[in-house]
Design a protein around this ligand. Sequence first.
Ligand code: ZN
Ligand code: ZN
Length: 308
Amino acid sequence: MISERVDLFKLNVANLLEPVSALFEPLRKTIVENIEWDGVMNLAEKYTFTNWIAYGAGPVTLGFSAVMLSLGFFELGNVYGLWNQSWIEYGFKSRKPRMEAHEKTFARVPWKKQVMTEFANIGFPGGVITALGSGFLLPLVVKLPTEALPTFSDFFITFFFGSLICDFGQYWGHRIMHENAWLYHNVHGVHHQIDTPSVVSTAYVHPLDSFLQVSLPSLAAVILTNMHPVTFAIFTFTRVAENCFDHSGVNHPLINAICLKFLPLRSSIQHHDEHHKYSSYVGKGKNYGEGFIIWDFIFGSIRKTTAH
Ligand SMILES: [Zn+2]
Ligand SMILES: [Zn+2]
C-alpha cells in the first residue's frame, strides 16, 4: 500500500528531525496554552472531517482568497509608492519604463479581460468545477485524517515534500506546453500574451493550463504525502499567493521575506518575470519552475540572471 509506505517514510523523517522539533516545542506550548481551543477545535473538526470542504471547497476558497489578498496588497503598495524603486527593469533604471511596458501589455490584453478570465478560472466556473472534482475524487484515493489538526512535524514534512512534488509536476506541465506546438498555440500561448506580467495576469491562463500546472501537481502532492486537509489549505494558499507574487514584477525585500525567497534554491521574482520576457515561443524555453530553481538546473533550462 502506497499510503503505508508514505507513512513509514514520514515517520523516518520525523525521527531524523527530532532535534528540530524540540526547538519548536516552546512555541507549540505557548500556542497550546494561549489559544481558546474549544472554538478552534470545533472549527478544525468541521473543516477536516467534512470531505467536500476539506478536499474541495476549502482549498479552492483559500486559493481564491490568496489571489484577492495579493491583488489588494500590491495595489496598496502601489498607492503608497512602496514599489517605486523595486520594479524589475530590463535595461532601465526608473519606474517609468516598466509602467510603459505595462501599458503596452494592457493595450493588447485589457485589464478588464485579464480580471474576467482570472475570475472565470479561480471563481466561476473554474473554481467551482475544481472544488467539485477534487472534493469528490480526493477522498476516494487519500488516507482520510483521524485528527482534526496535523502534528507540527507532519505539517512541516508534508509541506516540504508536497512543495517539491508539486513544483516538479508544475515544471513538467509547463515545459510540455512549451515544447508541444499544439499545446503552446492552443493552451499556454494565452498566458504568454502577457509579456510584462502584473499580479492580475497570474490566472490569465487557458483552463487546461491551470489544470496541468496547478490542479494536477497539487493533487499529486496531496496524494503522495498523505497531506492533512489543514496543511492542504495552507499549502494551497501559500502556493497561489507565491504565484501571484511571482507575476508582480517587483523585487522588494518585504516581498522576498514574505515569500521566503531568501532560502537556498528558491526561485526569485525575476526568474518568472524573465520567463515571460524571453521565453514566449514554442520550443526549449527557460525558467519553467515556480517555487524552486532546482528543476531548471537539473533539466538544463535555467537562464543565468543577476537575481539568483
Ligand atoms: Zn510559459
Ligand atoms: Zn506566468
